[in-house]
Design a protein. Structure first.
Length: 115
């Protein structure tokens, strides 16, 4: 696994005027795993706070149960929204040698400026 992380990317020819952008978007399954792990932490926090406020364990657990279901669903859709935010279309301009250029095409790999 470490060798994959340390491996240097291969150089490839990029046409002039093309800017590459990283396309490493979280997959839906990763969003699900992240939402479940965060909900465990969040629900324990909610149960503890509810217990301190109400003084009743059963009421605190009931509040935590409702909260875990609603917030897991909300978090999943929040993650998917942010995972797809790169699909918003914008016009890109960059300056080089005092001149301004409109970017005609963007390739999704690593972020770097091509001169």
């Amino acid at each position: 696994m470490l060798d994959v992380l340390l491996k240097q990317p291969e150089e490839k020819h990029i046409p002039e005027g093309v800017i590459e952008v990283n396309d490493s978007v979280d997959k839906p399954i990763k969003s699900i795993i992240k939402s479940v792990s965060w909900r465990i932490v969040g629900t324990l926090d909610t149960i503890i706070i509810s217990y301190f406020i109400t003084g009743k364990v059963t009421l605190a657990i009931s509040i935590g149960t409702v909260e875990v279901i609603t917030k897991t669903i909300l978090y999943y859709f929040h993650e998917r929204l942010w995972a797809n935010i790169h699909k918003i279309k914008v016009t890109l301009w960059f300056k080089s040698n005092g001149k301004q250029f409109k970017v005609k095409r963007v390739e999704r790999t690593t972020l770097r400026r091509v001169n």
